[in-house]
Design a protein around this ligand. Structure first.
Ligand SMILES: NC(=O)C1=CN([C@@H]2O[C@H](COP(=O)(O)OP(=O)(O)OC[C@H]3O[C@@H](n4cnc5c(N)ncnc54)[C@H](OP(=O)(O)O)[C@@H]3O)[C@@H](O)[C@H]2O)C=CC1
Ligand SMILES: O=C(O)C1=N[C@H](C(=O)O)C[C@H](O)C1
Length: 250
């Protein structure tokens, strides 16, 4: 029998962590060797012989967690939000000193969401206007969502060199036009009963394309978590977006 992949979950008692502990524990090719909460020492990861961590914590702790993993030669699959350009640059520099170690920063593990973002970026250059509406449960601490930030970034790159979207607004209440993320308006809704949802609205005279994805529960994220854990050790360096592990052009 081949060796099981030793995996640890950080943020194990959270909404995502609870689902990940269950999914990883049920995977026949993996062994869950540690499930850490806020007060547990990261040294547990080394003691348990973890080969891959799955970070599902909070923006305030994820950078230190990943740094610890990389410095100990442990691969990291990261779902936690908060990875801005500065953090990614620092992580890239750290990984250059640990060239055998892989890190996946995945703004969204749901395969449908990854595809929706990819399709939106493909479509964006064919429309005059693009705006993003992301809708989440009201316990979410960050806004806009990591998925919306990533989607806006990819849309903006795809529209480089094109005219700005038409917008005659002269006066607006703060927030009425959303947040401008790389020039793309992003509107955040927090509503009881929701889980994780996003719409990208693309408009041109006489037509509209809406690309919408819905996660109805946390099971939606688990196939992506498992794919990340199985792949990260074969992809040294930094990968941003689960699309980096998919064959989307084929
Ligand atoms: N990439 C993706 O597909 C998805 C990403 N997310 C993101 O994942 C993150 C977690 O989301 P969610 O599960 O909903 O949040 P929760 O608040 O439910 O869970 C976060 C957990 O992390 C724990 N925690 C805080 N600090 C640490 C630490 N230093 N070490 C270990 N654990 C810690 C918290 O413990 P305590 O309760 O004691 O504070 C809590 O149990 C968010 O950034 C969210 O945006 C969410 C869903 C999907
Ligand atoms: O906090 C959440 O719930 C989610 N967070 C991620 C994000 O900010 O994009 C992924 C998903 O939207 C759920």
């Amino acid at each position: 029998m081949s060796e099981l992949l030793k995996v640890a979950v950080l943020g194990a008692k959270g909404r995502m962590g609870t689902a990940a502990v269950e999914a990883l524990g049920a995977a026949a090719d993996m062994e869950l060797v540690a499930a850490l909460g806020r007060t547990d020492s990261l040294d547990t990861l080394v003691d348990a012989g973890a080969e891959v961590i799955v970070d599902l914590t909070v923006p305030a702790s994820t950078e230190a967690n990943v740094r610890f993993a990389v410095e100990h030669g442990i691969h990291a699959v990261v779902g936690t939000t908060g990875w801005d350009a500065g953090r990614l640059a620092a992580l890239t520099a750290l990984l250059a000193k640990h060239p055998a170690t892989g890190v996946l920063i995945a703004p969204n593990f749901a395969l449908g969401s990854v595809l929706a973002t990819h399709f939106a970026a493909q479509a964006a250059k064919y429309f005059d206007s693009v705006e993003i509406i992301e809708l989440h449960h009201p316990r979410k601490v960050d806004s806009p969502s990591g998925t919306a930030l990533r989607t806006a970034q990819l849309i903006s790159a795809a529209r480089a060199g094109l005219p700005a979207a038409p917008d005659a607004t002269e006066t607006a209440l703060d927030g009425a036009r959303g947040a401008s993320v790389h020039g793309v308006p992003v509107h955040s809704v927090r509503l009881a009963g929701l889980v994780a949802h996003q719409e990208v609205l693309l408009g041109s005279p006489g037509e509209q394309l809406t690309i919408r994805h819905d996660s109805f529960n946390h099971a939606s994220f688990m196939p992506g978590v498992l794919l990340g854990v199985r792949t990260v050790g074969t992809r040294p360096g930094l990968t941003v977006g689960l699309d980096g592990y998919l064959d989307l052009e084929g």
